[in-house]
Design a protein around this ligand. Structure first.
Ligand SMILES: [Zn+2]
Length: 130
């Protein structure tokens, strides 16, 4: 059975933002390499700047999310971590965490964060009771 490693959302977004910065710098470096072709250089630079600006927006967004995240002590590694949404993973040991008692002990599924999915589940339960 393949073990799905789930990293916490904040960490995921953070690495995405870091990737954007690297991609932006790489594009600008490409611009330097192609400075003999002005339009190509300009394209590389503009794309690079756009990516870096976008990554700043993402970092800002992480900051906003972090203020909304609930700080908890991980039951597995006993380190402080933050969780977003109803299901998330510990930042240190990847232990899956939930705030919802109904979901405790259930197989981890990122879809539990979606309101739509939960609604679907509820409808299913209702129908099976009939
Ligand atoms: Zn942990």
């Amino acid at each position: 059975m393949a073990q799905l490693v789930y990293s916490s959302k904040i960490n995921k977004i953070r690495s995405f933002a870091l990737f954007l910065i690297f991609a932006g710098f790489l594009l600008m470096y490409g611009g330097i390499l192609t400075k003999k072709i002005p339009w190509l250089m300009a394209t590389f630079f503009i794309l690079g700047i756009l990516l870096i600006v976008f990554s700043c927006v993402v970092y800002f967004w992480i900051g906003m999310l972090s203020t909304k995240a609930i700080p908890i002590i991980c039951p597995n590694c006993e380190k402080p971590t933050k969780m977003l949404g109803r299901v998330d993973a510990c930042m240190h040991c990847k232990q899956t965490l939930t705030l919802d008692k109904d979901l405790e002990g259930k197989e981890f599924d990122e879809r539990y964060n979606s309101r739509h999915y939960r609604k679907e589940l509820r409808e299913k339960q209702k129908n099976s009771k009939k």
